[in-house]
Design a protein around this ligand. Sequence first.
Ligand SMILES: [Zn+2]
Length: 449
Amino acid sequence: MEVRDTLSSSMKKIEVREGRRLTMFVCGPTVQDKPHMGHARTYIFYDVLARYLRFKGIRLFYLMNITDIEDHVIDKMKETGRSWEDIIATYSSEFFNEMRKLKNNSVNYHAFATDYIEEIIKQISKLMKKGYAYEIPDGVYYRVRNFKDYGKLSKQNLDDLRAGARVEVNEEKEDPLDFALWKKKKEGEPSWSSPWGEGRPGWHIEDTAITESIFGPQYDIHGGAKDLIFPHHESEIAQMEAISRKKPMVKYWIHTGHLNVDDIKMSKSLKNFVTVEEALKNYWPEAIRIMMLSMKYSAAVNFDEKAAIDAQGTAEKIAILQRRVNGSSEMKSDKAIETVERILSPLENDMNTPETIREIVGYVKSSLAKSKLSEGERGEIKYVLNQVESVMGIVHMVPFPDRSMDIILDLRNELRKKGDYESADKIRGNLKSLGIRIEDTVEGSYLWW
Ligand SMILES: [Zn+2]
Protein backbone atom coordinates (compact mmCIF):
# COMPACT_ATOMS: atom_id res chain seq x y z
CA MET A 1 0.00 0.00 0.00
CA GLU A 2 1.11 3.56 -0.66
CA VAL A 3 0.79 6.72 1.40
CA ARG A 4 1.68 10.31 0.73
CA ASP A 5 4.73 11.23 2.81
CA THR A 6 5.00 14.89 3.84
CA LEU A 7 8.81 14.96 4.05
CA SER A 8 9.50 13.67 0.52
CA SER A 9 6.22 15.13 -0.85
CA SER A 10 5.72 11.87 -2.69
CA MET A 11 3.84 8.61 -2.56
CA LYS A 12 5.75 5.94 -0.67
CA LYS A 13 5.09 2.24 -0.40
CA ILE A 14 4.74 1.08 3.18
CA GLU A 15 7.31 -1.62 3.69
CA VAL A 16 7.74 -3.84 6.70
CA ARG A 17 10.90 -5.80 7.11
CA GLU A 18 10.45 -9.55 7.48
CA GLY A 19 9.64 -10.50 11.05
CA ARG A 20 9.49 -6.89 12.25
CA ARG A 21 6.60 -4.89 13.61
CA LEU A 22 5.54 -1.57 12.16
CA THR A 23 5.75 1.32 14.61
CA MET A 24 3.35 4.25 14.50
CA PHE A 25 3.27 7.32 16.72
CA VAL A 26 0.44 9.87 16.59
CA CYS A 27 0.41 13.16 18.51
CA GLY A 28 -2.29 12.85 21.14
CA PRO A 29 -4.28 15.66 22.72
CA THR A 30 -3.34 18.23 25.30
CA VAL A 31 -5.79 17.30 28.02
CA GLN A 32 -7.16 20.63 29.15
CA ASP A 33 -10.64 20.58 27.61
CA LYS A 34 -13.31 18.32 26.14
CA PRO A 35 -12.36 16.67 22.83
CA HIS A 36 -13.91 18.38 19.80
CA MET A 37 -14.81 17.21 16.31
CA GLY A 38 -11.39 18.20 14.98
CA HIS A 39 -9.94 15.57 17.34
CA ALA A 40 -12.58 13.11 16.17
CA ARG A 41 -11.53 13.60 12.56
CA THR A 42 -7.83 13.13 13.24
CA TYR A 43 -8.12 10.12 15.53
CA ILE A 44 -10.79 8.32 13.50
CA PHE A 45 -8.45 8.49 10.51
CA TYR A 46 -5.44 7.01 12.32
CA ASP A 47 -7.71 4.42 13.90
CA VAL A 48 -8.79 3.23 10.45
CA LEU A 49 -5.20 3.32 9.20
CA ALA A 50 -4.13 1.13 12.14
CA ARG A 51 -7.08 -1.23 11.69
CA TYR A 52 -6.34 -1.58 7.99
CA LEU A 53 -2.64 -2.28 8.48
CA ARG A 54 -3.56 -5.01 10.97
CA PHE A 55 -6.27 -6.32 8.62
CA LYS A 56 -3.47 -6.78 6.07
CA GLY A 57 -1.64 -8.97 8.55
CA ILE A 58 0.95 -6.37 9.55
CA ARG A 59 2.00 -6.43 13.19
CA LEU A 60 1.52 -2.78 14.20
CA PHE A 61 2.37 -1.05 17.46
CA TYR A 62 0.35 2.17 17.72
CA LEU A 63 1.63 4.64 20.30
CA MET A 64 -0.06 7.89 21.28
CA ASN A 65 1.21 10.50 23.71
CA ILE A 66 -0.94 12.48 26.09
CA THR A 67 0.32 16.01 26.69
CA ASP A 68 -0.37 16.54 30.37
CA ILE A 69 1.90 19.54 30.83
CA GLU A 70 2.04 22.45 28.41
CA ASP A 71 1.22 26.18 28.29
CA HIS A 72 -2.49 25.52 27.65
CA VAL A 73 -2.75 23.39 30.78
CA ILE A 74 -1.20 26.20 32.84
CA ASP A 75 -3.63 28.69 31.23
CA LYS A 76 -6.53 26.45 32.20
CA MET A 77 -5.28 26.34 35.81
CA LYS A 78 -5.15 30.13 35.91
CA GLU A 79 -8.58 30.52 34.28
CA THR A 80 -10.37 28.07 36.53
CA GLY A 81 -8.35 27.96 39.74
CA ARG A 82 -8.37 24.17 39.48
CA SER A 83 -5.35 22.08 40.38
CA TRP A 84 -3.14 20.51 37.73
CA GLU A 85 -4.02 16.99 38.95
CA ASP A 86 -7.75 17.74 38.75
CA ILE A 87 -7.56 19.10 35.19
CA ILE A 88 -5.46 16.20 33.91
CA ALA A 89 -7.57 13.53 35.59
CA THR A 90 -10.83 15.01 34.31
CA TYR A 91 -9.87 15.64 30.71
CA SER A 92 -7.75 12.58 30.12
CA SER A 93 -10.59 10.33 31.19
CA GLU A 94 -13.00 12.40 29.05
CA PHE A 95 -10.69 11.88 26.10
CA PHE A 96 -10.49 8.11 26.63
CA ASN A 97 -14.27 7.87 27.09
CA GLU A 98 -15.14 9.84 23.98
CA MET A 99 -12.60 7.96 21.86
CA ARG A 100 -14.05 4.66 23.08
CA LYS A 101 -17.55 5.83 22.15
CA LEU A 102 -16.26 6.76 18.68
CA LYS A 103 -14.87 3.21 18.43
CA ASN A 104 -11.28 4.43 18.22
CA ASN A 105 -9.86 1.36 19.87
CA SER A 106 -6.61 0.61 18.08
CA VAL A 107 -4.03 2.46 20.21
CA ASN A 108 -1.69 0.00 21.97
CA TYR A 109 -0.33 2.42 24.52
CA HIS A 110 -0.99 5.97 25.70
CA ALA A 111 2.14 7.60 27.12
CA PHE A 112 1.68 10.54 29.50
CA ALA A 113 4.45 13.09 29.05
CA THR A 114 5.12 13.60 32.75
CA ASP A 115 5.87 9.89 33.13
CA TYR A 116 8.93 10.52 30.94
CA ILE A 117 10.59 13.44 32.76
CA GLU A 118 13.76 11.40 33.30
CA GLU A 119 14.04 10.59 29.58
CA ILE A 120 13.30 14.22 28.71
CA ILE A 121 16.15 15.38 30.96
CA LYS A 122 18.45 12.81 29.38
CA GLN A 123 17.67 14.10 25.89
CA ILE A 124 18.19 17.74 26.88
CA SER A 125 21.53 16.86 28.53
CA LYS A 126 22.68 15.14 25.34
CA LEU A 127 21.69 18.16 23.27
CA MET A 128 23.63 20.42 25.67
CA LYS A 129 26.70 18.22 25.39
CA LYS A 130 26.57 18.26 21.60
CA GLY A 131 26.20 22.03 21.42
CA TYR A 132 22.54 21.99 20.34
CA ALA A 133 21.18 23.57 23.51
CA TYR A 134 21.98 26.41 25.89
CA GLU A 135 20.70 27.68 29.19
CA ILE A 136 19.48 31.23 29.90
CA PRO A 137 17.70 32.57 33.00
CA ASP A 138 14.20 31.39 32.05
CA GLY A 139 15.05 28.01 30.58
CA VAL A 140 16.99 25.78 28.21
CA TYR A 141 16.65 26.37 24.47
CA TYR A 142 17.42 24.46 21.28
CA ARG A 143 20.02 26.15 19.07
CA VAL A 144 18.30 25.97 15.69
CA ARG A 145 21.20 27.40 13.66
CA ASN A 146 23.31 24.34 14.50
CA PHE A 147 20.83 21.99 12.85
CA LYS A 148 21.26 22.50 9.12
CA ASP A 149 18.12 20.59 8.15
CA TYR A 150 15.73 22.76 10.17
CA GLY A 151 12.82 23.54 7.83
CA LYS A 152 13.08 20.36 5.75
CA LEU A 153 9.68 18.99 6.78
CA SER A 154 7.76 22.25 6.36
CA LYS A 155 9.80 23.20 3.27
CA GLN A 156 10.92 26.54 4.61
CA ASN A 157 14.38 28.03 4.76
CA LEU A 158 15.78 29.54 7.93
CA ASP A 159 15.86 33.12 6.66
CA ASP A 160 12.19 33.07 5.68
CA LEU A 161 11.34 31.49 9.00
CA ARG A 162 13.28 34.18 10.84
CA ALA A 163 11.57 36.93 8.86
CA GLY A 164 8.22 35.43 9.77
CA ALA A 165 9.04 34.84 13.43
CA ARG A 166 7.07 36.76 16.00
CA VAL A 167 8.72 39.76 17.60
CA GLU A 168 10.84 38.20 20.27
CA VAL A 169 9.94 38.94 23.84
CA ASN A 170 12.84 36.99 25.22
CA GLU A 171 15.93 38.92 24.18
CA GLU A 172 18.29 36.46 25.78
CA LYS A 173 17.57 33.83 23.16
CA GLU A 174 20.33 33.57 20.55
CA ASP A 175 17.89 33.31 17.67
CA PRO A 176 14.13 33.99 17.46
CA LEU A 177 13.67 30.44 16.07
CA ASP A 178 15.22 28.75 19.10
CA PHE A 179 12.58 26.87 21.04
CA ALA A 180 12.26 25.86 24.68
CA LEU A 181 13.39 22.43 25.82
CA TRP A 182 12.98 23.19 29.52
CA LYS A 183 10.98 26.03 31.05
CA LYS A 184 11.99 27.18 34.50
CA LYS A 185 9.29 27.32 37.12
CA LYS A 186 7.10 30.36 37.57
CA GLU A 187 4.97 31.00 40.64
CA GLY A 188 2.06 28.57 40.96
CA GLU A 189 3.14 26.22 38.17
CA PRO A 190 3.58 22.47 38.58
CA SER A 191 7.25 21.57 38.33
CA TRP A 192 9.80 18.78 38.30
CA SER A 193 13.44 18.95 39.35
CA SER A 194 16.22 18.98 36.76
CA PRO A 195 19.90 19.95 36.43
CA TRP A 196 18.59 23.41 35.42
CA GLY A 197 16.41 23.77 38.47
CA GLU A 198 12.68 23.24 39.04
CA GLY A 199 10.64 23.48 35.87
CA ARG A 200 8.73 21.68 33.14
CA PRO A 201 9.54 20.34 29.68
CA GLY A 202 8.92 22.13 26.40
CA TRP A 203 6.24 20.60 24.21
CA HIS A 204 8.40 19.17 21.39
CA ILE A 205 10.83 17.28 23.63
CA GLU A 206 7.97 15.36 25.25
CA ASP A 207 7.33 13.46 22.03
CA THR A 208 10.90 12.50 21.16
CA ALA A 209 11.58 11.38 24.74
CA ILE A 210 8.54 9.09 24.55
CA THR A 211 9.25 7.72 21.06
CA GLU A 212 12.94 7.13 21.77
CA SER A 213 12.08 5.28 25.01
CA ILE A 214 9.56 3.02 23.32
CA PHE A 215 10.68 2.73 19.67
CA GLY A 216 14.29 3.90 19.69
CA PRO A 217 15.65 6.83 17.64
CA GLN A 218 14.03 5.71 14.38
CA TYR A 219 10.56 4.46 13.66
CA ASP A 220 8.08 4.05 10.83
CA ILE A 221 5.00 6.29 10.85
CA HIS A 222 4.44 9.65 12.53
CA GLY A 223 0.97 11.16 12.31
CA GLY A 224 -0.82 14.27 13.43
CA ALA A 225 -2.84 17.17 12.08
CA LYS A 226 -1.24 19.45 9.49
CA ASP A 227 -0.89 22.40 11.86
CA LEU A 228 1.64 20.33 13.81
CA ILE A 229 4.12 20.20 10.91
CA PHE A 230 5.66 23.48 11.99
CA PRO A 231 7.09 24.06 14.48
CA HIS A 232 6.18 20.89 16.39
CA HIS A 233 7.23 18.08 14.05
CA GLU A 234 10.03 20.12 12.52
CA SER A 235 11.47 20.53 16.02
CA GLU A 236 11.05 16.84 16.84
CA ILE A 237 13.28 16.00 13.86
CA ALA A 238 15.83 18.62 14.97
CA GLN A 239 15.99 17.13 18.47
CA MET A 240 16.07 13.45 17.61
CA GLU A 241 18.39 13.57 14.60
CA ALA A 242 20.80 15.84 16.49
CA ILE A 243 20.91 13.38 19.38
CA SER A 244 21.14 10.13 17.41
CA ARG A 245 22.80 11.39 14.20
CA LYS A 246 20.56 8.86 12.48
CA LYS A 247 18.37 9.86 9.55
CA PRO A 248 15.51 9.73 9.01
CA MET A 249 13.84 9.81 12.40
CA VAL A 250 10.62 8.72 10.70
CA LYS A 251 10.03 6.87 7.41
CA TYR A 252 6.50 8.07 6.68
CA TRP A 253 5.03 11.40 7.79
CA ILE A 254 1.26 11.35 7.38
CA HIS A 255 -0.71 14.52 8.13
CA THR A 256 -4.46 15.05 8.32
CA GLY A 257 -6.26 18.20 7.15
CA HIS A 258 -8.19 20.56 9.36
CA LEU A 259 -11.85 20.44 10.15
CA ASN A 260 -13.37 23.85 9.64
CA VAL A 261 -16.57 25.41 10.90
CA ASP A 262 -17.82 28.08 8.51
CA ASP A 263 -14.47 27.72 6.76
CA ILE A 264 -12.49 28.63 9.86
CA LYS A 265 -10.32 26.02 11.52
CA MET A 266 -12.05 24.47 14.50
CA SER A 267 -10.05 25.24 17.59
CA LYS A 268 -10.49 25.84 21.26
CA SER A 269 -8.96 29.29 21.10
CA LEU A 270 -11.58 30.39 18.55
CA LYS A 271 -14.42 28.86 20.56
CA ASN A 272 -16.03 27.62 17.35
CA PHE A 273 -15.68 23.97 18.23
CA VAL A 274 -18.34 21.32 18.51
CA THR A 275 -17.52 18.80 21.21
CA VAL A 276 -17.64 15.08 20.51
CA GLU A 277 -20.03 14.81 23.44
CA GLU A 278 -22.53 17.19 21.78
CA ALA A 279 -22.23 15.48 18.40
CA LEU A 280 -22.87 12.06 19.96
CA LYS A 281 -26.17 13.32 21.36
CA ASN A 282 -27.47 13.75 17.82
CA TYR A 283 -25.62 11.17 15.78
CA TRP A 284 -24.45 7.61 16.08
CA PRO A 285 -20.72 7.15 16.43
CA GLU A 286 -20.87 5.23 13.14
CA ALA A 287 -22.42 8.28 11.48
CA ILE A 288 -19.60 10.49 12.72
CA ARG A 289 -17.08 7.99 11.40
CA ILE A 290 -18.85 7.80 8.02
CA MET A 291 -18.95 11.59 7.81
CA MET A 292 -15.22 11.92 8.56
CA LEU A 293 -14.20 9.02 6.32
CA SER A 294 -16.27 10.36 3.42
CA MET A 295 -13.65 13.07 3.08
CA LYS A 296 -10.07 12.58 1.97
CA TYR A 297 -7.95 12.64 5.13
CA SER A 298 -5.49 15.19 3.82
CA ALA A 299 -8.06 17.75 2.68
CA ALA A 300 -9.37 20.63 4.74
CA VAL A 301 -13.09 20.16 5.08
CA ASN A 302 -16.00 22.09 6.43
CA PHE A 303 -18.14 20.64 9.21
CA ASP A 304 -21.78 21.07 8.37
CA GLU A 305 -25.00 19.70 9.70
CA LYS A 306 -26.15 18.37 6.32
CA ALA A 307 -23.14 16.07 5.96
CA ALA A 308 -23.83 14.73 9.45
CA ILE A 309 -27.50 14.07 8.68
CA ASP A 310 -26.58 12.30 5.43
CA ALA A 311 -24.02 10.19 7.27
CA GLN A 312 -26.62 9.25 9.88
CA GLY A 313 -28.90 8.09 7.04
CA THR A 314 -26.09 5.95 5.63
CA ALA A 315 -25.29 4.46 9.05
CA GLU A 316 -28.95 3.53 9.49
CA LYS A 317 -29.12 1.80 6.09
CA ILE A 318 -26.04 -0.25 6.97
CA ALA A 319 -27.64 -1.11 10.31
CA ILE A 320 -30.86 -2.25 8.63
CA LEU A 321 -28.86 -4.62 6.44
CA GLN A 322 -26.89 -5.84 9.45
CA ARG A 323 -30.18 -6.47 11.22
CA ARG A 324 -31.51 -8.50 8.30
CA VAL A 325 -28.60 -10.93 8.47
CA ASN A 326 -28.02 -10.88 12.22
CA GLY A 327 -29.26 -14.41 12.87
CA SER A 328 -27.26 -16.05 10.04
CA SER A 329 -23.81 -17.61 10.18
CA GLU A 330 -20.98 -16.00 8.25
CA MET A 331 -20.29 -17.47 4.82
CA LYS A 332 -16.82 -16.82 3.48
CA SER A 333 -17.45 -17.62 -0.19
CA ASP A 334 -15.21 -16.51 -3.06
CA LYS A 335 -17.82 -13.94 -3.97
CA ALA A 336 -17.87 -12.54 -0.43
CA ILE A 337 -14.07 -12.36 -0.34
CA GLU A 338 -14.05 -10.54 -3.68
CA THR A 339 -16.63 -8.07 -2.40
CA VAL A 340 -14.54 -7.25 0.67
CA GLU A 341 -11.50 -6.86 -1.58
CA ARG A 342 -13.38 -4.47 -3.87
CA ILE A 343 -14.65 -2.37 -0.95
CA LEU A 344 -11.31 -2.08 0.84
CA SER A 345 -8.89 -1.88 -2.09
CA PRO A 346 -9.10 1.95 -2.39
CA LEU A 347 -7.33 2.09 0.97
CA GLU A 348 -4.22 0.77 -0.77
CA ASN A 349 -4.04 4.09 -2.58
CA ASP A 350 -3.18 6.59 0.16
CA MET A 351 -6.15 5.59 2.30
CA ASN A 352 -8.84 6.65 -0.14
CA THR A 353 -11.62 6.21 2.42
CA PRO A 354 -14.20 8.26 0.42
CA GLU A 355 -14.03 5.63 -2.35
CA THR A 356 -14.38 2.80 0.17
CA ILE A 357 -17.44 4.50 1.66
CA ARG A 358 -18.95 4.84 -1.85
CA GLU A 359 -18.36 1.12 -2.45
CA ILE A 360 -20.01 0.20 0.84
CA VAL A 361 -23.01 2.43 0.17
CA GLY A 362 -23.46 0.84 -3.26
CA TYR A 363 -23.21 -2.66 -1.81
CA VAL A 364 -25.68 -1.96 0.98
CA LYS A 365 -28.14 -0.33 -1.39
CA SER A 366 -28.14 -3.25 -3.84
CA SER A 367 -28.42 -5.79 -1.01
CA LEU A 368 -31.34 -3.96 0.57
CA ALA A 369 -33.07 -3.76 -2.81
CA LYS A 370 -33.43 -7.56 -2.89
CA SER A 371 -36.85 -8.41 -1.53
CA LYS A 372 -35.79 -11.86 -0.41
CA LEU A 373 -32.35 -13.04 0.60
CA SER A 374 -31.33 -16.71 0.54
CA GLU A 375 -29.57 -18.16 3.58
CA GLY A 376 -26.34 -18.23 1.55
CA GLU A 377 -26.70 -14.56 0.64
CA ARG A 378 -27.34 -13.65 4.26
CA GLY A 379 -24.21 -15.48 5.33
CA GLU A 380 -22.17 -13.69 2.68
CA ILE A 381 -23.51 -10.29 3.66
CA LYS A 382 -22.75 -11.05 7.28
CA TYR A 383 -19.17 -11.92 6.39
CA VAL A 384 -18.76 -8.75 4.30
CA LEU A 385 -20.20 -6.49 7.01
CA ASN A 386 -18.02 -8.05 9.71
CA GLN A 387 -14.88 -7.54 7.63
CA VAL A 388 -15.86 -3.97 6.79
CA GLU A 389 -16.60 -3.33 10.45
CA SER A 390 -13.20 -4.61 11.53
CA VAL A 391 -11.50 -1.95 9.39
CA MET A 392 -13.94 0.95 9.20
CA GLY A 393 -15.97 0.68 12.43
CA ILE A 394 -19.14 1.88 10.70
CA VAL A 395 -21.57 -0.99 11.27
CA HIS A 396 -23.94 -0.19 14.12
CA MET A 397 -24.47 -3.53 15.81
CA VAL A 398 -28.11 -3.62 16.80
CA PRO A 399 -28.74 -5.95 19.70
CA PHE A 400 -31.49 -8.52 19.50
CA PRO A 401 -34.59 -7.30 21.25
CA ASP A 402 -35.65 -9.33 24.23
CA ARG A 403 -38.78 -11.51 24.03
CA SER A 404 -41.11 -8.82 25.34
CA MET A 405 -40.07 -6.59 22.47
CA ASP A 406 -40.89 -9.36 19.97
CA ILE A 407 -44.35 -9.65 21.50
CA ILE A 408 -44.92 -5.91 21.12
CA LEU A 409 -43.69 -6.01 17.52
CA ASP A 410 -45.96 -8.99 16.68
CA LEU A 411 -48.91 -7.19 18.19
CA ARG A 412 -48.18 -4.09 16.16
CA ASN A 413 -47.90 -6.15 12.97
CA GLU A 414 -51.29 -7.74 13.71
CA LEU A 415 -52.80 -4.28 14.08
CA ARG A 416 -51.27 -3.14 10.79
CA LYS A 417 -52.58 -6.21 9.01
CA LYS A 418 -56.04 -5.36 10.26
CA GLY A 419 -55.62 -1.81 9.00
CA ASP A 420 -55.55 -0.27 12.47
CA TYR A 421 -52.68 2.06 11.64
CA GLU A 422 -53.65 4.51 14.35
CA SER A 423 -52.94 2.00 17.14
CA ALA A 424 -49.81 0.75 15.33
CA ASP A 425 -48.49 4.29 15.12
CA LYS A 426 -49.26 4.83 18.78
CA ILE A 427 -47.04 1.87 19.69
CA ARG A 428 -44.31 3.23 17.46
CA GLY A 429 -44.62 6.67 19.06
CA ASN A 430 -44.54 5.30 22.60
CA LEU A 431 -41.47 3.20 21.89
CA LYS A 432 -39.78 6.20 20.29
CA SER A 433 -40.23 8.16 23.49
CA LEU A 434 -38.21 5.39 25.20
CA GLY A 435 -35.47 5.78 22.60
CA ILE A 436 -36.50 2.62 20.70
CA ARG A 437 -37.13 2.97 16.99
CA ILE A 438 -39.09 0.75 14.62
CA GLU A 439 -37.95 0.37 11.04
CA ASP A 440 -40.48 -1.21 8.65
CA THR A 441 -38.96 -3.05 5.67
CA VAL A 442 -40.26 -5.47 3.09
CA GLU A 443 -39.12 -8.37 5.24
CA GLY A 444 -40.70 -7.15 8.41
CA SER A 445 -40.13 -4.69 11.18
CA TYR A 446 -36.94 -4.16 13.15
CA LEU A 447 -36.18 -2.41 16.36
CA TRP A 448 -33.14 -0.54 17.48
CA TRP A 449 -32.07 1.64 20.35
ZN1 LIG B 1 3.22 15.81 19.38
